[in-house]
Ligand binder design. Structure first.
Ligand code: ADP
Ligand code: MG
Length: 316
C-alpha cells in the first residue's frame, strides 16, 4: 500500500506539487491523468525516492521513504520518463547490471530471475541483442523489465507508452494489465483513453493538485444543464442557488449553448430553481438532466474553463 499525505514540492517559486494526498491499495492499477506540467513526474520521482519532497509524507507499506529510503525502495520498481538504458549492452547484460545495482537478495538466482522476467515481458527472443538495435517498443519492455528486477511489489511507470506506434501501444497496455496479477501499479499518462483502457482507478491531477477522483463523484448529485446566455453570469447565477456546491463548464453543446455541470448536495430539489433562475435572468434553458458525468467531462472540468466553487469564482 502507498500512502501520500499533504505532499508539496517547490522548485524555487514554482509549486509543482501542491498538497497532494491519496492512497493506493494493493492490487490496483492507479492512473495519474493530467496535462503536461501537471506534476505527474515530480510526484512519481518523490514516490520512488529519487527526489525529496518540500513537505508531506510518503509511506510504502508503512515505511517512510524519506526516513528509510533503502528499505522502502526494495518494494518499488520504477520506469522513469526517460529510462536509463545502456544501449551498448545486450538486453541480458543490462538486466544483470541492474540486478547487481539493486543488490537483490542472495537467495534469488540471478539468471533464472532474469529469464523469468524476460519471459513475462516477451523479451526472450531478443535477450542477446544490443539495446541500441531494438525498436522503441522493445526498448520500453527492457525499461519495464529493469523495473521488475528484484520482484518489487509496486511498479511505478511514467508515461509508459509515450512515443510508441499504435501497435506497440496496445502491446504495452496488454503487458501492463498482465502484470497486475503480481504487482500494484501506478502509471501516468496525459491520454484519457489510455488511462481508461488500463487502470482500475483514476486520479486527475492539474497544476499539482488532485482535481478529481472517483470517490468525490459518488457523494454528490450531478446535473448537466444546457443554457444559452452569458457564460460567466450563468456560472455565477447557478452557483448561488441553494444546495449547489460547484458549477463548471464542460464544453459547448452547439454555438452559444454551453454545457454546465452542477455538483449538488444530495436531496436538494434543484430543477425548479434552475429553471426559474434561467428564465428570470432572460437566458434560455435547453437541457437539464441528472446523472454522473463521463470521464471526458470530469477531465475537462478539472483542467479547463471557469468554475464557481462554494462561494468563490475562479478563472482556470
Ligand atoms: P508532468 O510530468 O505532469 O508533465 P512535471 O512533474 O514534469 O509534470 O512538472 C511539473 C511542473 O514543475 C512543471 O511546471 C515543470 O515545468 C516544473 N518542473 C519540473 N521539474 C523542474 C525542475 N527541475 N526545476 C524547475 N521546475 C521544474
Ligand atoms: Mg511527466
Amino acid at each position: 500500500m502507498i500512502e501520500v499525505k499533504h505532499l508539496v514540492k517547490r522548485y524555487g517559486e514554482k509549486v509543482a506539487v501542491n498538497d497532494l494526498s491519496f492512497t493506493v491499495q494493493d492490487g490496483e492499477i492507479l492512473g495519474f491523468l493530467g496535462p503536461n506540467g501537471a506534476g505527474k513526474s515530480t510526484t512519481m520521482n518523490i514516490l520512488t525516492g529519487y527526489l525529496s519532497a518540500t513537505s508531506g509524507e510518503v509511506r510504502i507499506d508503512g515505511v517512510d521513504i524519506a526516513e528509510e529510503p533503502e528499505r522502502a525502495k526494495k518494494n518499488i520498481g520504477y520506469l522513469p520518463e526517460i529510462p536509463p538504458l545502456y544501449t551498448d549492452m545486450t538486453v541480458e547484460e543490462y538486466l544483470r547490471f541492474v540486478f547487481r545495482l539493486k543488490k537483490v537478495g542472495r537467495d534469488v538466482k540471478r539468471d533464472a530471475h532474469i529469464a523469468d522476467i524476460c519471459e513475462r515481458v516477451y523479451l526472450r527472443e531478443v535477450k542477446g541483442r544490443l539495446i541500441r538495435n531494438l525498436s522503441k517498443g522493445y526498448r520500453q519492455r527492457v525499461g519495464i523489465a529493469q523495473a521488475m528486477i528484484g520482484d518489487p511489489k509496486i511498479l511505478i511507470l511514467d508515461e509508459p507508452t509515450v512515443g510508441l506506434d499504435p501497435k506497440q501501444i496496445l502491446e504495452i497496455r496488454d503487458l501492463i494489465r498482465s502484470l497486475r496479477a503480481r504487482h500494484t501499479i501506478v502509471l501516468s499518462s496525459h491520454i484519457l483513453q489510455e488511462i481508461q483502457a488500463v487502470c482500475t482507478r483514476i486520479l486527475i491531477i492539474n497544476e499539482g493538485r488532485l482535481a478529481a477522483d472517483e470517490c468525490e463523484a459518488g457523494q454528490r448529485d450531478r446535473y448537466r444543464v444546457l443554457v444559452e446566455g452569458p457564460k460567466s453570469r450563468v456560472v455565477a447565477g447557478l452557483g448561488q442557488l441553494p444546495g449547489v456546491q460547484s458549477v463548471r463548464i464542460a464544453g459547448e453543446a452547439e454555438p452559444g449553448v454551453v454545457r454546465y455541470l452542477l455538483a449538488v448536495e444530495p436531496g436538494y430539489p434543484i430543477r425548479r430553481a434552475v429553471f426559474d433562475r434561467v428564465v428570470q435572468s432572460g437566458w434560455r434553458l435547453l437541457g437539464l438532466e441528472q446523472g454522473r458525468e463521463s470521464l471526458e467531462e470530469r477531465f475537462l472540468m478539472a483542467t479547463s474553463g471557469q468554475r464557481f466553487v462554494q462561494g468563490r469564482e475562479e478563472e482556470l
